[in-house]
Design a protein around this ligand. Structure first.
Ligand SMILES: [Ca+2]
Ligand SMILES: [Ca+2]
Ligand SMILES: [Ca+2]
Ligand SMILES: [Ca+2]
Length: 743
């Protein structure tokens, strides 16, 4: 027991200790959390007082002296603490010696025993305070920590995502909320809100910025793509992406595909692939097998050559009885009468040029190659010239036939000039020209005859004599006992400049029911029957027919120099085209420079190239640039008037009186017109109905025109027979009608 004075001195304190001890005993029974709440600063001070008192008691009872368990019980005044203390106390004794040895290590060993918070058993990081209890301790955890030793992290994210709006990140002792990319935490540290990246004007550079939940987009106009490095909108090179089936031209913000127009292809509705150009208006192109078409040879050479022979120079009014037998090439003819045989030619059997026409052998006359010509030798009994046939044309000028020997002997040429018949003749070295009768190029059939009668040539139209010309001489030429007569149809056997009065021999006309020198003529009929190109359309109308296989071209001058205009050469291109198209794609007219550059083109096209829309249009373009366009009902079978006027400062396109819309800016127009003017100062050819072999990208359309067309250029109607070149399939002055739908 402690000495009395010490007890008395400590009495006040001890009383307090007792009071607090009972309070403390109650405390130990509280649950940990409540205990933590219980420990208010005031109580803690009281507890410390109690602890100090207990230390003093322990010092006296168990450190200065060896204490029994009973004495230790008095120090602690409770069993749990005593039971905790005493075995450990004995352990200190055995390790450091008894109290009287005054070992400091012993004192320290014992002094630490009652305080279970020394050394601190709690996890330091997670513990707010360690609370010593009776033989026990309590680790009061910091928020975010749990477990007896406050060494276990509370995973706040496991419950309702820690209250986080998007991402909850657990970490030892705490957690925090985070957001997905493009979102930012708001001030509550829980909620995520979209970041408006566009608020920063530089986010997309020159592109349009569009804010999106969680992100943003930099938008460029169609045909452009955003480049994140430069923050600019850059043209998409669609050609590099292989969008077009055939040719491709890239342009800023767009591209155009081109198809082989000359090969009969156009863009299909997807604007990338190609498809066949098919007629949308059917034309009645039926041919009449019993007709002979005179306009087939653009060279102007005859389509038929006949050679007649007879034994005696019998005058037409004299002989009436035929010779008893004929011997040609040593072979007797089966019977006296009319007969025929194909002459051999020096060129030998047909090889290509004959186009496989039976009986038509290739021949060469004059300049350039000729197509198949029926070179027929006919033995005849006729005694005089008689040529009779039905004829139909819209052509004002050309040659119907030639009859005679050769250029320097006697001959006659029946032609057409300004729509009237014209007879040129040469007898005895003297040439004459006679023209008379009605205008006959009105497209209807009429019967024409030329007959030798009483040393006169009588020409009749529909049985009415329109000319009667006295002639002195014989058209037949004597050669080795036989009298010969050459007859050529649709052309002359020499150059047109050697005519009495030059004439353009090309005649778009049709013959039928012909009768040459009173002979039955089945051979020519057979030949024509076998070759549809020698036949005429059954029905024709005025105009020129472009079958979609070729073009014609002219050398026209569009510049004019006059004093009124001044020193600067003016130029003007006025084109009026009356068209009745069969297809929706094709070149009407184009100016092509010597370098195969398409300086200007007027064409039908079935799509809007920039809007990529299928639409039937007429386009006016300079090189590849469309200046103006206008819609046209191309497949209605009606005739439409397309008018183009281009001159310094302006370019207009009109369809059926309605002006088309401009497709370029004022500056762009001036630029294009300057380009065109440079072309016109060089050499350009005027192509009609198609383009030569130019790159498919050199004009909006490269396809051949198909259908009827009549063209007027700078107030002059273009006569295709006057062209520098014309594809033979184009008929210069006739056009088949639109086929009537069958009922
Ligand atoms: Ca945590
Ligand atoms: Ca955003
Ligand atoms: Ca492009
Ligand atoms: Ca003509």
């Amino acid at each position: 027991m402690p000495p009395a004075p010490a007890l008395a001195a400590a009495l006040g304190t001890a009383l307090l200790v007792l009071l607090l001890a009972s309070e403390s005993a109650h405390t130990v029974m509280l649950r940990a959390r409540e205990a933590a709440q219980f420990l208010r600063p005031r109580q803690r001070r009281a507890y410390q007082v109690f602890e100090e008192a207990k230390q003093g008691h322990l010092e006296r009872e168990c450190i200065e002296e060896l204490c029994s368990q009973e004495e230790a019980r008095e120090v602690f005044e409770n069993d749990p603490e005593t039971d905790y203390f005493y075995p450990r106390y004995l352990d200190c004794v055995s390790r450091h010696g008894p109290p009287h040895s005054k070992s400091p290590a012993f004192a320290a060993c014992v002094q630490n025993l009652p305080d279970q918070c020394s050394p601190n058993p709690c996890n330091k990081e997670g513990t707010q305070v360690c609370q010593d209890l009776m033989g026990n301790f309590y680790c009061q955890c910091r928020a975010g920590w749990g477990g007896r030793l406050c060494d276990r992290d509370v995973n706040e994210c496991s419950q309702q995502n820690g209250g986080c709006n998007q991402i909850c990140l657990n970490k030892p002792g705490s957690f925090h909320c985070a957001c997905y990319s493009g979102y930012a935490l708001t001030v509550d540290s829980r909620t995520c809100q979209d970041v408006d990246e566009c608020a920063d004007g530089r986010a997309c550079g020159e592109a349009h910025c569009s804010n999106l939940p969680g992100s943003y987009a930099c938008l460029c106009d169609e045909g452009y793509a955003f480049s994140p490095q430069e923050k600019t909108c850059q043209d998409v090179d669609e050609c590099a992406e292989g969008r077009c089936e055939q040719a491709c031209v890239n342009s800023p913000g767009g591209y155009t595909c081109h198809c082989d127009g000359r090969g009969g292809l156009k863009l299909s509705p997807d604007m990338n692939t190609c498809e066949d150009i098919l007629p949308c208006v059917p034309f009645n192109v039926a041919k009449s097998v019993k007709s002979l078409y005179l306009g087939r040879m653009f060279s102007g050479t005859p389509v038929i050559r006949l050679r007649f022979k007879r034994l005696q120079p019998t005058r037409w009014e004299a002989a009436r009885s035929p010779p008893r037998s004929w011997h040609i090439h040593g072979s007797p003819l089966p019977s006296p009468g009319f007969g025929s045989a194909w002459t051999p030619t020096t060129a030998g059997p047909a090889s290509g040029a004959g186009e496989g026409v039976p009986g038509c052998l290739p021949a060469r006359v004059g300049l350039g190659p000729m197509g198949p010509v029926c070179h027929l030798m006919i033995l005849m009994l006729a005694l005089r010239l008689l040529a009779e046939f039905d004829f139909r044309t819209f052509d004002p000028e050309g040659v119907l036939f030639f009859a005679g020997g050769h250029q320097d002997s006697a001959w006659i040429v029946l032609g057409l000039r300004a729509g009237r018949l014209e007879l040129q003749l040469r007898y005895g070295g003297v040439g004459r020209v006679t023209s008379s009768g009605p205008v006959i190029n009105h497209g209807t059939w009429q019967t024409i005859s030329v007959e030798e009668l009483d040393r006169n040539l009588v020409i009749k139209v529909n049985k009415d004599a329109v000319m009667k010309i006295a002639v002195a001489g014989d058209l037949f030429q004597l050669d080795r006992g036989l009298y010969h007569l050459n007859l050529t149809v649709g052309g002359i056997p020499f150059k047109e400049k050697d005519l009495v009065q030059p004439i353009n021999p090309r005649l778009d006309g049709c013959m039928r029911s012909w009768n040459w020198l009173s002979g039955e003529d089945t051979t020519i009929q057979e030949t024509v029957k076998a070759n549809s190109k020698m036949q005429c359309f059954s029905v024709t109308e005025r105009g020129s027919f472009y079958p979609g296989t070729g073009f014609a071209f002219y050398s026209l001058d569009y510049t004019r120099t006059s004093a009124a205009v001044g020193t600067e050469a003016a130029w003007e291109i006025e084109v009026v085209a009356w068209i009745r198209p069969a297809t929706d794609t094709g070149v009407l007219l184009a100016l092509v420079g010597g370098d195969r550059v398409v300086a200007l083109s007027v064409a039908l096209v079935d799509y809007h190239s920039t809007k990529k829309l299928k639409k039937q249009l007429v386009v006016l373009a300079v090189e590849g640039v469309t200046l103006a366009l206008m819609e046209i009902k191309v497949c209605d079978g009606q005739e439409h008037r397309v008018a183009v006027s281009v001159q310094k400062g302006e370019a207009t396109l009109e369809v059926d009186g309605t002006r088309g819309q401009s497709e370029v800016s004022a500056a762009g127009l001036q630029e294009s017109l300057a380009v065109l003017e440079r072309h016109l100062q060089g050499s350009v050819l005027t192509f009609v109905g198609g383009l030569p072999d130019v790159p498919v990208t050199s004009a909006p359309v490269t396809a051949f025109y198909r259908g009827c067309m009549t063209l007027e250029v700078n107030q002059q109607t273009l006569d295709l027979d006057e062209a520098a070149y014309k594809h033979s399939d184009i008929t210069s002055h006739s056009c088949p009608p639109v086929e009537q739908a069958s009922p």
